[in-house]
Every structure is written in structure tokens, then in C-alpha cells.
Design a protein around this ligand. Structure first.
Ligand code: UDP
Length: 233
């Protein structure tokens, strides 16, 4: 469907991140799932942003099935929440710093507190909730640059976070800007990740549907996606 996704597993994605952290310039990481790929079919801006990103990981089991059906080479799902965890572990061991932008008021703060408790070596430069006006954006960016974190995690939901990252990437002093969506809620403890068994069976989407049934409308695109994949084959 025209969206480029990096091949490789979690370890490969992590290694790319280490390269990014140790190279000049800000690199953008996007973590699309099936829903987002379908959205990008109608939203040309989102489509272009994903294809411009420096690392795009397949954060949805549907993408792996599609790739297998079409022989495109994606082998396993790489989730944003897992990659974020590994980046944080690296920060913990190498005294690197982060900033979290997004989530409801207090969610980013709670997430930072929990990160600090679990991984005390991570230097937390600051956080800001994700409910601000457009005219406040530039001040937020300037403040982030003043604090100069190595990594900026952005959790504003799709496609807001992708548009935001693309708009400010060139201005940012951070080495990585990564869209993490609901991962901040997982760190804050306000959303629970699916138990391991759901993850293993590729049913994390189903668990999310059980817990957040109002998402069913957004998820209606999943069967449409599979039909499209089969027809394209
Ligand atoms: N969010 C935000 N500002 C907004 C919209 C969303 O900070 O204007 C946050 C929201 O509170 C949540 C995160 O973005 O913490 C991800 O939202 P959601 O789960 O709806 O997005 P998804 O990751 O499913 O695209």
C-alpha cells in the first residue's frame, strides 16, 4: 500500500536507535499498526510523514500477516512499547536523558516517576501534558531544547504526534524523537498492557478491544485491510 516499513526484529530496531543516539541530527521513529496504515491511505500528509521517518517499526500483527501473504519479508511484530523500554534501558545504563511530551495532565509526570523508580539511571529532563494550544507549541519546543534531552518521546495520539514530530524535527536538539502514543499511559499505570499470552498469540488488539470497547469503530478497518491485502495479492 506504499508505506515503507523497516524489516528486522526488536534487536535490529534497538541497534538503529543506538546509532541514532550517537550520531548528530534528530531522527524520527514512527510505530504504525494496521489502523494507521489504513488511515495513511486516506491521509496523504500522514502517508508522507511515515515514509520520511528514519525508522518505521511494524507495531501490529496485521502488518506481519499482510507481509507474509504478499511475501514482503516482515518477520515479527516490533512494538513501540517494547522499543521504548529498550531505549530506556540503554539510557539507564549510559546516563542518557529523556523528555516526555503528551498524555493527560499528570499522566506524563506519573510515567516519569515510574520510569525513575524502575530505571534510576535515566535522566529525566522534564515532561509536559499533551493538551496544549498550537500557539504554545513553539514555547514548548524552546523549553525542550533548553533542557536538551537525548530523547523526546511524544504521546499525542495518531496522527497528531506524527504531524507534530515532522513539524519540529529539524528544530530539535534531541537525537531521537519517537511517537509513543499509549505507551506513556502504560508507564503511568493508567492503561494495562495485554498479558503475555495475548501478546504471544498476536491477540493484543483483541485484549485492547475488550478493555476499550469504544475503539471498535477504529478497529473496523482491520478486516478491510486484510481484504485489500488479499486482493492485491
Ligand atoms: N493525547 C494527548 N493529546 C491529544 C490527544 C491524545 O496527549 O490531543 C494522548 C492521550 O492522552 C494518550 C495518548 O495521547 O495518552 C495516546 O492516545 P490514544 O491511545 O488515543 O492514541 P493511539 O496511541 O491509540 O493512537
Amino acid at each position: 500500500m506504499g508505506v515503507c516499513i523497516d524489516q528486522g526484529n526488536l534487536e535490529d530496531a534497538y541497534n538503529r536507535c543506538i546509532e541514532f543516539i550517537n550520531t548528530k541530527g534528530c531522527k524520527m521513529i514512527i510505530t504504525p499498526n494496521t489502523e494507521i496504515i489504513m488511515r495513511a491511505q486516506k491521509d496523504s500528509k500522514l502517508f508522507q510523514i511515515i515514509n520520511k521517518a528514519d525508522l518505521v517499526i511494524p507495531d501490529g500483527i496485521g502488518l506481519i500477516y499482510a507481509s507474509k501473504i504478499q511475501g514482503k519479508g516482515l518477520k515479527e511484530r516490533v512494538t513501540g512499547v517494547d522499543l521504548m523500554y529498550k531505549i530506556l534501558e540503554y539510557c539507564n545504563e549510559n546516563k542518557k536523558s529523556i523528555y516526555i511530551l503528551g498524555g493527560k495532565p499528570e499522566v506524563a509526570e506519573k510515567a516519569c516517576k515510574n520510569i525513575k523508580n524502575k530505571l534510576p539511571g535515566v535522566e529525566i529532563k522534564g515532561c509536559h501534558d499533551g493538551y496544549f494550544k498550537e500557539e504554545e507549541e513553539i514555547n514548548i519546543i524552546e523549553n525542550i531544547n533548553r533542557l536538551n534531552p537525548d530523547i523526546l518521546f511524544v504521546a499525542l495520539g495518531v496522527p497528531k504526534q506524527e504531524i507534530f514530530m515532522d513539524k519540529y524535527k529539524e528544530m530539535l536538539s534531541a537525537r531521537i524523537v519517537m511517537g509513543v502514543g499509549g505507551s506513556v499511559d502504560v508507564w503511568a499505570g493508567t492503561v494495562k498492557r495485554a498479558p503475555k499470552i495475548y501478546q504471544k498469540l498476536g491477540l493484543e488488539w483483541f485484549y485492547r478491544l475488550l478493555k476499550e470497547p469504544w475503539r471498535y469503530k477504529r478497529m473496523m478497518v482491520l478486516p478491510k485491510f486484510m481484504i485489500k491485502v488479499l486482493f492485491q495479492k
